[in-house]
Design a protein around this ligand. Structure first.
Ligand code: NAG
Length: 280
């Protein structure tokens, strides 16, 4: 009898402990690994087009400065220290990208592309003069599209040119992966196309997924997408999108220099920070 009582008491204590541990897991589990959910900054209006400079772990992004019209500002947030700076001198700073080799930051505004100097916190107009920049991406060369026509261009040695591989389509989001495959979206869907060719492979039709808000590459050059309802891996083996984790009202997506997910929703910047020791 005593033994039974002791035993059941132990079980109750164990159950209590397990319950407590569970309640202490507010983060997310991805592929069996626990990630803390860390709010990097809140009270922002639709933070968007995220890019991380891996050398400093600075996150670049833009946000709306007037709720009811499209006026934007670029900003910088140090993911390690949470230090936040607005970036002055860019008219309607909207799109950000990083050349990870030289650590140059490029910002697309409503009158062209700016180059930003992190050291002295100065942005200077750089190219695509007078163009309203929609998206921007750096890999070996600077790619950008303009609004409202959404054609894709390259900017090299100060010269803007239509990008021949994609001259037959408008481009909404655009990235290039570690195998030099381009991934882009247009109103029809998400496509993969080997650089230097015109052979597009359809991965997902627009009608089959919730609105696609961002495409990005991680530290290894793998492609991920942010949809309204979650973060998805773009799987080349199955030529499809595979949900990694659910989020609510997702907007922007990037990876930090430890390959942790950094994303934005309508008001906040959040990081899923890996915690290998916690069992949840
Ligand atoms: C989207 O891109 C694909 C592949 O390049 C193309 O076949 C399709 O016509 C494009 N859709 C639109 C609306 O431009």
């Amino acid at each position: 009898m005593k033994v039974l009582l002791i035993l059941s008491g132990l079980i109750a204590i164990r159950a209590g402990v397990i319950k407590e541990e569970k309640a202490d897991c507010p983060g997310v589990t991805i592929n069996g690994v626990y990630y803390e959910s860390e709010t990097l900054r809140k009270d922002l209006d639709r933070p968007y087009i995220l890019a991380v400079d891996y050398s400093t772990n600075n996150l670049y992004f833009s946000y709306n400065i007037h709720a009811d019209n499209d006026e934007f500002r670029s900003a910088r947030l140090n993911i390690n220290t949470k230090e936040f700076n607005n970036i002055d001198g860019v008219v309607n700073g909207f799109a950000q990208t990083v050349d990870q080799k030289t650590h140059d930051i490029y910002i697309g505004g409503s009158d062209g592309i700016y180059k930003y100097d992190y050291g002295n916190n100065q942005a200077e107009i750089f190219g695509a003069f007078g163009a309203n920049i929609w998206t921007i991406y750096f890999k070996d060369v600077l790619y950008y599209s303009t609004f409202p026509n959404q054609f894709l261009y390259t900017l090299e040695d100060g010269e803007s040119k239509r990008f021949p591989d994609l001259e037959d389509t408008k481009v909404d989001h655009f990235v290039i992966d570690h195998e030099n495959d381009m991934f882009y979206t247009n109103t029809t869907g998400l496509y993969c196309q080997k650089k230097g060719t015109k052979d597009a492979v359809l991965y997902a039709k627009t009608t089959e997924f919730k609105s696609m808000r961002s495409l990005t590459t991680d530290l290894n050059g793998q492609v991920f997408a942010c949809l309204e309802d979650g973060i998805y891996a773009v799987k080349k083996s199955s030529k499809s999108l595979e949900k990694v984790v659910s989020i609510e009202d997702g907007f922007g997506l990037a990876f930090d220099n430890d390959n942790n997910i950094v994303y934005s929703d309508a008001t906040s910047l959040v990081r899923f920070k890996i915690n290998r020791h916690k069992k949840c």
